[in-house]
Design a protein around this ligand. Sequence first.
Ligand SMILES: *[C@@H]1O[C@H](CO)[C@@H](O)[C@H](O)[C@H]1NC(C)=O
Ligand SMILES: *[C@@H]1O[C@H](CO)[C@@H](O)[C@H](O)[C@H]1NC(C)=O
Ligand SMILES: *[C@@H]1O[C@H](CO)[C@@H](O)[C@H](O)[C@H]1NC(C)=O
Ligand SMILES: *[C@@H]1O[C@H](CO)[C@@H](O)[C@H](O)[C@H]1NC(C)=O
Ligand SMILES: *[C@@H]1O[C@H](CO)[C@@H](O)[C@H](O)[C@H]1NC(C)=O
Ligand SMILES: *[C@@H]1O[C@H](CO)[C@@H](O)[C@H](O)[C@H]1NC(C)=O
Length: 531
Amino acid sequence: MREVLKYFTLLLLFNFSLGKTNFLFIIVDDLRPVLGCYSDGKSVTPNIDRLAKNGITFNKAYAQQALCAPSRNSFLTSRRPDTLRLYDFYSYWRQTAGNFTTLPQYLKNHGYMTVSIGKVFHPGISSNNSDDSPYSWSREAFHPATNRYKDSPLCTSDSNKLPARNLVCPVDIPSMPLGTLPDIENSEAAKKFLNDYKINLKKNNGDKPFFLAVGFEKPHIPLKHPREYLRLHPLEKFKLTDYYWPDNVSSVAYNPWTDLREREDVRKLNLTFPWEKIPEDFGKTILQSYYSSVSYIDQLIGEIIAELTTSGLYNNTIVILTSDHGWSLGEHSQWGKYSNFDVAVRVPLIVSLPGHYSNNFSSAKKIKTNAIIELVDLFPTIAELSGNPIDVCPENKSEITCSEGISFVPVINAILHNKTVKWKRAAFSQYPRPGAIPTWSPNSDKPRLHQITIMGYTLRTKSHRYTAWIKFDNVTLTSDWNTLIADELYDHTLDPHEMMNQVNNTDYLTIKNKLKKLLKNGWRQSFPRHM
Ligand SMILES: *[C@@H]1O[C@H](CO)[C@@H](O)[C@H](O)[C@H]1NC(C)=O
Ligand SMILES: *[C@@H]1O[C@H](CO)[C@@H](O)[C@H](O)[C@H]1NC(C)=O
Ligand SMILES: *[C@@H]1O[C@H](CO)[C@@H](O)[C@H](O)[C@H]1NC(C)=O
Ligand SMILES: *[C@@H]1O[C@H](CO)[C@@H](O)[C@H](O)[C@H]1NC(C)=O
Ligand SMILES: *[C@@H]1O[C@H](CO)[C@@H](O)[C@H](O)[C@H]1NC(C)=O
Ligand SMILES: *[C@@H]1O[C@H](CO)[C@@H](O)[C@H](O)[C@H]1NC(C)=O
C-alpha cells in the first residue's frame, strides 16, 4: 500500500512538474483575516477553514498598497507601486510605465487557459477598461449583470423603510434587482466554468490546464449581504475596539474614511470631520455586517470548492485565496483601507495543495507559517508551481517579464519537510497623502497622482513595523528621504495593535536606525542572500 501511494504521489508530482496543474485564484475584495483559520473567534468561515486544512496559512502576508487598483496591478504584474507609478486609479501601466507581462498573460503564454470572473483587475482606466484584454485572458472577462446596481439605493432597515445608499446593508435576495447579487452571479459563473471544463476534458483529453481567477466583491462597502447571515453574527457578540488614535502619531498617518461618510446611514450621524468617532451602537452594526459579508462569501467559496470536487478536479488544482489589502474595523478610530497600519496592509493568504502533497501534509508539523510574504511574491510562486519559473527583475535594466518579489515555493517545501529556510526580512508597503492634515478635498484617503505631496513608506519585519512619511514630487515621481515629515515605530512583540509609537524612545534607537536603513535601501536588500 505504501509503495502504491508513493508511486501515485510521484506520478502526480511528475504531472505537476509538466505544468498540468490547474490554479483557482480567489481574491476577496477588502478582506482582512477575519477567518477561523486565523484564530478569529468571532468569524464563521467553515469553508475557508477547510481549505486551509489542506494547505498552508500565511500569517504574515502583506499588500504593497492598501488601495484596490494599485494593489491588484502590483500583484498581477509583480511590480511595486513605485514601478507601475500607480497610486490612484487613473493610469494603465502599459501606457505609462512599461509593457509588463501579467501573471495570467504569462500562464496563457505557457499553455494555460486563463479566465477572469468578477473583480480581478480593478475595473476602469487602470486596466484599460478591458480587464487588460486581450493580453491577460483567453476569453472575455465575466462581470455580473447586477454589478450595475452595486451602488443603488437598495438597503432598508426597520427604522427606515425607504431604500437608501447605506453602508450597513443586509438585504432580502428575492427583492433585489434580477433576484440575485453580484457575488452569487460570480460563483455561479465559476461553477459553470468548472463543469464545462470537466465535460470538455472527457471529450478531449488534451485540454489545457486552467488558471481561473475569481474576484469576489464583498466585503467591500456597501456591506450588502443576504440578511440571513446576520443570524450567524448576533450584535451582542461585537464590541468596538479601545484602540483609539494614539496621541503621538502624526495626522499624516490617519485616513479619514471619506467613503464611509458618503453613505446615507453614516451621514445621518452628523460626525465632525475628521476626528469624531463612530458611536458604539452604529460601529457594532458595521462589525456585524462585515463579518456577515465574509460568511456569505465563505459560503460561495464552499460551493466552488464542492464543484471542483464533483468535477474530479480537486486533486489537480492548487487553490490560492487572498485579498487586495486589509481593512480597519475601528482600530485607531479608523475604518477602511487607505493607511499604512498593519490592519490595512495585512492580508489573508492560504495556499491549498490537495492531491500533490496530501501525504506530506498529514506528516507536516505545522501548516501555519510566519514567513514574511508580499503579494508581489504570488506571480513568481504560481509561475514556479506551474513549472515555468521567472527571475527577479535585474537592478538597472528594464525587462517586461520578471518579478519584484520572490517565489515562496522554498517556504512551502520547507514546511512540508519540517525544515527551515532562510527567508526575506521584511514586507514593504506604501501609501500616498496630499498633505499632513486630513482633508476632504483633496481626499486624503484617495489622492490623485498630481495631488500627492507625501509618500509613506512602511516595512514590517517579524517583530516590528517602521513607517516614514517623506516628501514626494508628483512631477518627477520621486521621493525625498532628506525631508522626513513624520515617522512611526511599533514593537509587535509588545504592541500588536500599533498603539505605542516608539520612534522617539531612545531604547529603540538602534532598531529604528536599522529599520530606517532597510526601508530606505528598499525591498531588494531584504531578500535572502541566496536568491
Ligand atoms: C498524468 O498525466 C498523464 C497524461 O496527461 C495521464 O495519463 C495520467 O493519468 C496522469 N496521472 C495522474 C496521476 O493524474
Ligand atoms: C506589449 O506586449 C504585448 C504582449 O506581449 C504585445 O502584443 C504588444 O505589441 C506590446 N506593445 C508594445 C507597445 O510593445
Ligand atoms: C487600450 O484600449 C484602447 C481602446 O480600446 C486601445 O485603442 C489601446 O490600444 C489599448 N491600449 C493598449 C496598450 O493595448
Ligand atoms: C443630524 O442633523 C440633522 C439636521 O441638523 C438632525 O435633524 C438630526 O437629528 C441629527 N442627527 C443626529 C444623530 O444628531
Ligand atoms: C485526492 O487524492 C487523495 C490521494 O492522494 C485521495 O485520498 C482523495 O480521495 C482525493 N480527493 C478527491 C476529492 O478526489
Ligand atoms: C507615544 O505614546 C505611548 C503611549 O500612548 C508611549 O508609550 C510612547 O512612549 C510614546 N512615544 C513617543 C515617541 O513619545
